[in-house]
Ligand binder design. Structure first.
Ligand code: GRG
Length: 254
């Protein structure tokens, strides 16, 4: 039910980096791409719970706990999380690569990544503070936009230098992703977004528009997009798809 819709950005990033780096075997990379979407979906289900953001509407329909009750929503998140690692570990070859993928993903989604970001996000911040905002965006969102790109590169056995460049580009792309998300919470439409806008303001969240104003947030979002594109372009024409994905993320309305 919860996996049914969504933009699939994270698996798309994995497949795009794998293909850009010459990866040819979809059977190797597809379980990784799908595993990342399962983890992302678990995080949305748990984020929507009454104890967290308490949202009724997600991906164009009632949230999991609204539809099935809290207990099943929690369990489905738990199940997706574990099943994801089963997929990441699936396969009898590329053992070193799969091991590194599991390390990369668990670091990005655990207490050094989105769990930490979520803890910060839920805290009461008082005054708008750019430093805390950056820390929330970096941990809650950017690390788990970066990790899918890195996983595609690991599975394609890219060089360490390429992986490093992609990691930096992925962080800029992830910061951009959350800026756009914050902006859409102010200017987006419920039907298009598939979730309820205006939640950040009513929950008094620390967001980019709150810290920089709407125009300032848009300006900084463009700057993150430019930085990401510079790095993707430095890797050659095969990464043009990432410039298009960056523009999509900058200009998205859902
Ligand atoms: C529950 C440990 C725990 C963490 C939750 C992911 C998250 C942390 C909170 C969700 C709210 C949020 C703003 C997360 C940042 C990432 C983000 C913008 C998610 C929305 O991702 P999209 O737009 O969603 O890719 P779809 O539905 O298109 O997949």
């Amino acid at each position: 039910y919860s996996l049914d819709t969504g933009k699939r950005i994270r698996p798309i990033l994995t497949l795009a980096s794998y293909e850009a780096l010459g990866g040819k075997n979809l059977d190797d990379v597809m379980p990784v791409a799908c595993g990342l979407e399962l983890i992302h979906t678990y995080s949305l289900i748990h984020d929507d719970l009454p104890a967290m953001d308490n949202d009724d509407f997600r991906r164009g329909k009632p949230t999991a706990h609204k539809q099935f009750g809290e207990a099943l929503a929690i369990l489905s998140g738990d199940g997706l999380y574990a099943y994801a690692f089963e997929l990441l570990a699936r396969g009898t070859d590329l053992i070193d690569e799969r091991y590194r993928v599991i390390q990369t993903v668990s670091e990005a989604v655990g207490p050094k990544g989105i769990v930490y970001g979520q803890v910060l996000d839920m805290a009461d911040h008082g005054m708008p503070d750019p430093k805390t905002l950056r820390k929330i965006h970096y941990n809650k969102t950017a690390k788990f936009i970066c990790a899918p790109i890195k996983c595609g590169a690991i599975m394609a056995r890219a060089s360490e230098q390429t992986i490093k460049t992609l990691e930096m580009a992925g962080i800029y792309l992830g910061m951009l992703f959350q800026y756009t998300d914050d902006i859409l919470d102010v200017v987006g439409e419920k039907e298009r977004l598939g979730k309820t806008p205006g939640k950040d303001e009513s929950a008094d969240k620390l967001t980019a528009p709150r810290v920089y104003g709407l125009a300032g947030a848009r300006y900084r979002a463009r700057r993150y997009a430019d930085r990401a594109k510079e790095l993707f372009s430095s890797l050659g024409d095969k990464f043009d798809i990432f410039n298009s994905l960056t523009d999509f993320i900058l200009n998205r309305s859902f």
